[in-house]
Design a protein around this ligand. Structure first.
Ligand code: AN0
Ligand code: CP
Length: 323
């Protein structure tokens, strides 16, 4: 595997899941595979889970790991070609990327949407440059539009906790005071459409996700109706994807106070099939979800985060095998 961006990159999902559960039995069984190989994890944005779980995964595979926080100690990077660099940026990505590539064998990059220009974000201009100029396999650790390590961990978690062959999985938008990316819901939708689940998305009007991810998944604008009989509730806020409202791309459409009845609480959970609650974290309590729901025994947020180590091992293993 040379790029890990889309669900299709990992191959058949049943085989990827089998590999994940095999690794879960003994997460150190491939500790010789990564000997004398270096993983470089590059962060343009903050992280807790991705940073720790991916680092741990690489160490489990016997790799050396280098973590770079671009905004803490590295030179400020220009990303656009043709710019006269007379501002605060001391170095260009076009030099920095091959230099970083020369010190490692596999590169992971976190670079969120900038919300300046929808086309730039959706064309993944930063990650595409890493793919083109690093000379290394590149995996996405949340880019402008996708977060596949998260979606894979979510799928592993659903597979572990499902009580029926084909569970109903509801992804619900929830209120948030600041504009958040669409990467998590995009990838979750993309992966759920391939997985063997009944998938429903619910959000207020204006938050329609890009069709390349959500496809023809059922969209239900009535949140309570969407929750009926759900086996898993996956909450996430996202800003306007600019699909039905192109001028509002990356914005919070309304004062969040108006949408507080979308906060996942016992009221909505009561109409589900005793659903498990999921969220990728970090989560703002009593905005996205109430204390009671996230603390309930049916909440999966901690095992879900723990599965990030497993999804990262599967992905790094596949990349190591392709070197
Ligand atoms: C990010 C997001 O919503 O995409 C990261 C989630 C994994 N969340 C925040 O920036 C709070
Ligand atoms: N879920 C997730 O990716 O968390 P971090 O932003 O802390 O890495």
């Amino acid at each position: 595997m040379k790029v890990f961006q889309h669900v299709s990159d990992i191959g058949p999902l049943d085989e990827a899941l089998k590999e994940a559960f095999n690794i879960k039995q003994d997460r150190y069984q491939y500790e010789r595979l990564g000997r004398h190989k270096t993983a470089m994890l590059i962060f343009f944005n903050n992280s807790l889970r991705t940073r720790l779980s991916t680092q741990k995964a690489a160490m489990n595979l016997g790799m050396n790991v280098i973590v770079l926080d671009v905004n803490q100690g590295a030179w400020k990077l220009e990303t656009e070609r043709g710019v006269i660099m007379d501002g605060d940026k001391s170095e260009h990505l076009l030099e920095a990327i091959p230099v970083m590539g020369s010190y490692c064998d596999i590169i992971g990059v976190r670079s969120f949407a900038r919300f300046e220009n929808r086309q730039d974000d959706y064309e993944e201009i930063i990650l595409q440059q890493f793919i083109k100029y690093s000379g290394r396999p590149v995996f996405f650790m949340e880019s402008a539009t996708v977060h596949p390590l998260q979606a894979f961990a979510d799928l592993i978690t659903i597979e572990e906790y499902k009580k029926t062959e084909r569970p109903k999985v509801v992804m619900t938008w929830a209120p948030h005071p600041r504009a958040l990316p669409q990467a998590v819901p995009n990838s979750f939708a993309e992966w759920m459409r391939v997985a063997d689940v009944e998938f429903v998305v619910t959000h207020p009007e204006g938050y329609e996700l890009d069709p390349q991810f959500v496809g023809d998944a059922r969209v239900e604008y009535d949140q309570m109706k969407a929750f009926e009989g759900a086996d898993f509730v996956y909450a996430k806020n996202w800003s306007c994807p600019g699909v039905t409202l192109p001028d509002r791309y990356g914005q919070v459409l309304d004062d969040y106070h108006k949408w507080m009845d979308w906060t996942v609480s016992d009221r909505q959970m009561a109409v589900t099939n005793n659903a498990h609650f999921m969220h990728c974290l970090p989560v703002r309590r009593n905005m996205i979800v109430t204390d009671d729901v996230i603390e309930a025994p049916t909440s999966l947020v901690i095992p879900e985060a723990a599965n990030r180590e497993i999804s990262a091992i599967v992905v790094l293993k596949k990349m190591l095998e392709s070197l």
